[in-house]
Design a protein around this ligand. Structure first.
Ligand code: FAD
Length: 598
């Protein structure tokens, strides 16, 4: 099995050269995030991921987690790796100093998560879920809750979970049934069953802080009657140490397609002691903090699997000898040519490269908005960052996981039959990546969020915010000959994007099903459009570096070749999505459910 390398060169390209992070950090007043410190973090993080996490990725898949009478054992090496992670202070990196954090920008946490996820996604979900719990407590917890729980999570000695799903309710949280009865001491007794809880039970940390949605007595029906609670596995003592076992137990673990190293738990809450976070009946609003963190985290999963598959299939394609090149032998001394000479293998490799590097650019653009929002000094600045982030988040979550899964499949395909055999890790990469389009809101739900809530409900304002950025770029580069093919196409797409939105908006006024019928095609179209902007920006950056003669010609030439491939061979997919979304709802809804037969 070939090894995973953290793509530090490309990370630096996206962070520094494309998005100017050094200036970005300086402008936001993150003095500690100097270029030297950032470099040291990247180097150390990469070493940990390559040397500690990657080697236990396949072990995690083969052994999985085991359940024994409510206790869960993680695969060999997981617990030890987590101890090292905590001792090195990684969980505290992007959190506030007053809670024991290092006060570094949130985006550095995003970079670290990408590294961890590329090396071992299942393992990375344990600290990943904690990160969401920390953000929720930081935003909505009381001072006492922060002191008791947040500091332990920041330290890493406790981990967190996110408990929404119940057997009868996944997408539709409005119908959840878990109950919260008030106790005399101000706490609540939580009763109900939560399923599919990632990192819900394990042996890696001394306590687990469950963040749980439940209903108060007499709460209004639907989403307006949901409240949010902290339910620790062990109740903390006055001095902060771990105390009595709480009434929450792990009933079983799910047997599943991939991410075997992560425990997906059924949790039974039997009058477990819980503590309200935020106002009563506003739980879903507070949970959105968690969900938004988790959505960007899941977007990263697409990038991670695309990157892992790309690296391995590229190495294989340079090594594996099969058939001769159509244009004459390229390896005349050998029995055959390496498969990288074949155009179709190139297509598969370049698609993966375009999606992994393009995905990284998009996630980092989102992470930059998170930094801006956190550091904003005025409401206007915060709104500007939040609006862009609100628009880009469903695109990043759904588009990058769909293309991440496509990439993982192409990575396997490059190996032929050997990809289907466990030894190379390619089939694990496909299985592990499959969940990413489902959890944290399926692709269908992200698409409804994008088109319905973000675009149409804002009367197109959030879309215009982004298309204006693209428009400005095109205007500035209109005379740049090197970018001519990109700019012309980008202008067309930018215009068409607005027109398609208008058309759907008009149809939706007559028939609301038009929104649902267009939504996934709209989301995918939007994803390709956003990526086109980023690839044009990448081509511009790489061209400038080549002209300036900064060296590393191979890196920049490969970047330009990938931008060209993206525009010529991937971006045309927008035509299919445009046509499908304009075809209307009738071709989907014409058949009555009772006539929908096999
Ligand atoms: C491995 C794993 C880990 C998970 N981790 C967690 C976790 O840590 N915490 C947690 O709370 N949950 C977790 N989940 C649950 C996950 O978030 C849900 O599975 C997901 O939200 C979908 O819910 P569901 O499975 O009930 O599907 P359903 O909601 O039943 O949906 C079924 C299908 O119908 C579609 N659909 C539903 N409503 C609509 C609509 N209005 N418009 C269009 N399409 C629609 C969906 O897109 C989907 O394709 C996890 C799940 C898995 C498998």
């Amino acid at each position: 099995m070939s090894e995973i390398k953290i793509p530090l060169r490309d990370m630096r390209f996206s962070m520094r050269e494309l998005l100017n992070w050094d200036q970005h950090y300086a402008a936001l007043g993150y003095e500690d995030a100097s270029p030297d410190v950032v470099d040291a973090i990247l180097e150390e993080g990469a070493k940990f991921c390559e040397n500690v996490l990657a080697p236990i990725n396949q072990v995690g898949d083969q052994q999985g987690c085991t359940w024994n009478d409510g206790e869960v054992t993680t695969p060999e090496g997981f617990k030890e790796a987590y101890q090292q992670f905590v001792e090195a202070g990684w969980p505290s990196l992007p959190h506030k100093v007053e809670h024991g954090g290092q006060g570094l920008p949130p985006s550095l946490g995003t970079i670290l998560s990408e590294m961890v996820g590329t090396a071992n996604w299942s393992w990375g979900m344990y600290p990943g879920l904690s990160h969401g719990a920390m953000n929720t407590l930081e935003a909505h917890g009381t001072d006492a809750q922060k002191e008791t729980y947040l500091t332990k999570l920041v330290e890493g000695t406790w981990t967190g979970t996110m408990c929404l799903t119940e057997p009868h309710c996944g997408t539709d949280l409005g119908i959840l049934r878990s109950k919260a009865e008030p106790n005399d001491d101000g706490s609540y007794s939580i009763t109900g069953t939560k399923i599919f809880i990632s990192a819900g039970e394990h042996d890696m940390a001394e306590n687990i802080v469950h963040i749980v949605l439940a209903r108060l007595p007499d709460a209004p029906a639907g989403t307006k009657g949901i409240s949010l609670f902290i339910v620790p596995k062990f109740l903390p003592n006055e001095d902060g140490s771990v105390g009595e076992r709480n009434g929450v137990t792990c009933g079983s673990l799910e047997h599943k397609m991939g991410i075997h190293g992560n425990a997906t738990a059924v949790l039974n809450f039997d009058g477990a002691k819980g503590f309200l976070i935020g106002p009563p009946n506003k739980g879903l609003n507070c949970m959105f903090t968690f969900m938004n963190t988790a959505r960007l985290g899941t977007a990263l999963q697409g990038v991670a699997h695309a990157e892992a598959g790309f690296q391995k299939s590229l190495a294989y394609a340079k090594d594996r000898l099969q058939m001769r090149s159509l244009s004459g032998p390229k390896n005349p001394e050998g029995a055959a040519d390496p498969i990288i000479v074949h155009p179709d293998v190139r297509r598969m490799l370049l698609t993966q490269k375009a999606f992994s590097e393009g995905g990284r650019m998009l996630v980092l653009l989102c992470a930059q908005q998170v930094d801006r929002s956190h550091a904003a000094e005025t409401d206007e600045e915060r709104k500007d960052a939040d609006d862009l982030l609100a628009f880009l988040t469903p695109i990043a979550k759904a588009f990058l996981t769909e293309t991440g899964y496509e990439s993982a499949n192409l990575g396997l395909q490059c190996f032929g039959g050997h990809g289907y055999i466990a030894e190379w890790g390619m089939e694990q990469n496909v299985r592990d990546s499959r969940i990413s389009t489902i959890y944290e809101g399926t692709t269908g739900i992200q698409a409804l969020d994008l088109l319905g809530r973000k675009v149409l409900m804002s009367q197109g304002e959030l879309l215009r915010k982004f298309t204006k950025i693209v428009h400005k770029f095109c205007q500035a580069e209109v005379d740049n000959e090197a970018l001519a093919p990109y700019v012309a196409k980008l202008q067309e797409i930018n215009k068409e994007w607005g027109e398609l939105t208008m058309n759907i908006g008009v149809k939706a006024m007559e028939n609301p099903d038009e929104v649902g019928a267009a939504s996934v095609d709209y989301l995918m179209y939007s994803g390709y459009a956003v990526q086109a902007y980023l690839w044009a920006l990448a081509a511009k950056t790489a061209n400038e570096k080549l002209q300036a003669g900064t060296g590393e010609e191979d890196f920049y030439r490969a970047k330009i070749a990938t931008a060209r491939f993206y525009f010529d061979r991937i971006l045309p997919r927008t035509a299919t999505h445009a046509s499908a979304m304009q075809s209307g709802a009738d071709n989907l809804m014409g058949l009555d459910a009772e006539h929908f037969v096999f």
